[in-house]
Ligand binder design. Structure first.
Ligand code: AN0
Ligand code: CP
Length: 318
């Protein structure tokens, strides 16, 4: 496995889940596998969970880890080819990437969508430059359009808590003050479509996700209808994906607080678990009482990030 971006990269999901459980039972089982191997984690954006859980995963596998925060201490990087570099950027990504590749065996990249140019973001331009010019396997730690380590951890969490064999899982948009990427909902949708669940997506009009991620999921614009009978409520904000109106790409079209998940919303479900990838803005996305309830899975999800990352890194160095 030399890339990890989409659900197809992990292959058989059942096998991946079995491997996750094996690692959860003994997270140091493969501690010899990474001896004298080095993971380089490259961050263009902030992170708490990804930074810690991915490092921990590499340590579980006996690897060495180097972390680079590109915006803190490294040279400012130009990412566009053909630019006359007479501004504030001292180095081009096209040199920086092969240099980074010299010092490691595996690279993780976090590089959010710019939300300015849909085609540039959806082509996963930065990720593919890392894959092409580093000469090393590269995995996404949330790139422009996907966050597969999160979706895999979410799937593990659903598997561990599902009350029925084929649960109803609802992805619901919720309000947020700033424009956020579509990476988390895109990957969640992609992975849920591949999993053994009944999957429904609900959002205000204009927030339609890219069809390649929606797949065969049911899209229900009435949030109450969507939530009825749900076993898992996965809340997330995302900015306009620009599917129906390309000019709106990356914009905040709504801050409608009627979409905030509160106790009344949860009362429409089948005693559902609340899920969110974190970080979450309380009382915008979800009320205090819902996120603090015993049915909330936000901490187990975060804990499972160590497990999903261990499986992925193990496969990439194995
Ligand atoms: C990011 C996002 O929505 O994609 C990271 C989530 C894991 N969230 C923020 O920037 C607040
Ligand atoms: N869920 C998640 O990826 O969190 P961070 O942005 O803190 O890494």
């Amino acid at each position: 496995m030399n890339r990890f971006l989409n659900v197809g990269d992990i292959g058989d999901l059942h096998k991946a889940l079995q491997e996750a459980m094996e690692i959860k039972n003994d997270r140091f089982k493969y501690v010899e596998l990474g001896r004298n191997k080095t993971l380089l984690m490259v961050f263009f954006n902030s992170s708490l969970r990804t930074r810690l859980s991915t490092q921990k995963a590499a340590l579980n596998l006996g690897m060495n880890v180097i972390v680079l925060d590109v915006n803190q201490g490294a040279w400012k990087l130009e990412t566009e080819r053909g630019v006359i570099m007479d501004g504030d950027k001292s180095e081009h990504l096209l040199e920086a990437i092969p240099v980074m590749g010299c010092y490691c065996d595996l690279i993780g990249v976090r590089s959010f969508a710019g939300l300015q140019d849909r085609d540039y973001d959806y082509a996963e331009t930065i990720y593919h430059q890392f894959l092409k010019y580093s000469g090393k396997p590269v995995f996404a730690m949330e790139t422009a359009t996907v966050h597969p380590l999160q979706a895999f951890a979410d799937l593990i969490t659903i598997e561990e808590h599902k009350p029925v064999k084929r649960p109803k899982v609802v992805l619901t948009w919720a309000p947020h003050p700033k424009a956020l990427p579509q990476a988390v909902p895109n990957s969640f949708a992609e992975w849920m479509n591949a999993a053994d669940v009944d999957f429904v997506i609900t959002h205000p009009e204009g927030y339609e996700l890219d069809p390649k991620f929606v797949g065969n999921a049911v899209v229900e614009y009435d949030q109450r209808k969507a939530l009825e009978g749900a076993h898992f409520v996965y809340a997330k904000n995302w900015s306009c994906p620009g599917v129906t109106r390309p000019a709106d790409y990356g914009k905040v079209l709504s801050k409608d607080m009627r979409w905030t998940i509160d106790a009344e919303h949860m009362s429409w479900t089948d005693n559902a678990h609340f899920m969110h990838c974190l970080p979450v803005r309380r009382n915008m996305i979800v009320t205090d009482d819902v996120i603090e309830a015993p049915t909330s899975l936000v901490i187990p999800e975060a804990a499972n990030r160590e497990i999903s990352a261990t499986v992925v890194i193990k496969r990439m160095i194995g």
